[in-house]
Design a protein. Structure first.
Length: 257
């Protein structure tokens, strides 16, 4: 029997297999390409977000959003807005929230500020080291008016990673405005807090430690998906070429006759 006829018979079952390989390769490659395009769209969104935040941080301080504006406060539009507030610090109602900073482990000192506009806002006055003792409620203190400038931050509900806030035990792992306000008996509290950018020189708390760093790895992710899509097409093409040139499948007795 001629070699050409043998090769023809060996390839009789190839078309169906090659068709299936092609369909799967196209589907997988299309899905991976779509993921890459989505990551490029996410990158454009992230760049716009970063540009907006940088602009807000560098801007002159503006007045805090009042109660009428609270429902419209969002992270995308208001996070890290440079703001100012005037009023009286309620220093007997401090809250320590665990923190890790460039200065090491310790706490954020959260203090309510009763503003001149009639509502209360929590102020992160800065970092304090372990062992710091906040003032106790009811202590005889002279009310001191303050003007605070800083960055508007969105509340951090529920707690930290795998660690829920425990108000009853005084363990706080996130700056959850609603929970802290309830634990300290505060009302009419803004749904955000302020990271103060100034503190007493040379003392504690240490303010101005806000880290404004939004990761933007979307280009790397997009390239990864595109490379995988290309590898899928390449592998499928190589398999098809191998099948067409080399043939496959068991040789029957009829083939050998």
């Amino acid at each position: 029997m001629s070699l050409a006829l043998v090769a023809h018979r060996r390839r009789r079952g190839l078309p169906a297999r090659l068709y299936l390989v092609g369909v799967i390769a196209v589907a997988v490659s299309a899905g991976l390409t779509a993921l890459g395009i989505w990551q490029l769209q996410r990158r454009a969104w992230k760049l716009d977000l970063i540009a907006g935040i940088e602009q807000r941080v560098a801007a002159s301080p503006v007045a805090l959003p009042g109660p009428g504006d609270w429902p419209s406060v969002t992270a995308a539009r208001d996070a890290y807005r440079h703001v100012r507030a005037e009023g009286v610090l309620l220093q007997g109602r401090d809250t320590l929230v665990q923190a890790v900073t460039v200065l090491g482990g310790g706490y954020w000192l959260m203090t309510p500020l009763r503003t001149d506009r009639g509502f209360t806002v929590l102020v992160n006055r800065g970092f304090v080291p372990p062992g710091y003792k906040p003032s106790r409620r009811g202590e005889d203190r002279t009310a001191v008016r303050v003007e605070i400038t800083g960055l508007l931050r969105i509340t951090e509900p529920h707690g930290g990673f795998l660690r829920a806030n425990d108000p009853a035990s005084g363990r706080w792992y996130s700056r959850d405005v609603a929970a802290i306000s309830q634990a300290r008996g505060l009302d009419d509290v803004a749904p955000y807090f302020i990271d103060a950018d100034r503190a007493p020189a040379g003392g504690v708390p240490v303010a101005g430690l806000t880290v404004v760093d939004l990761p933007n790895n979307h280009l790397v992710y997009a390239l990864t998906w595109f490379v995988l899509a290309g590898m899928t097409v390449f592998a499928a093409a190589k398999l098809v070429r191998s099948e067409l040139l080399g043939g496959s499948g068991p040789e029957t007795a009829a083939d050998r006759s």
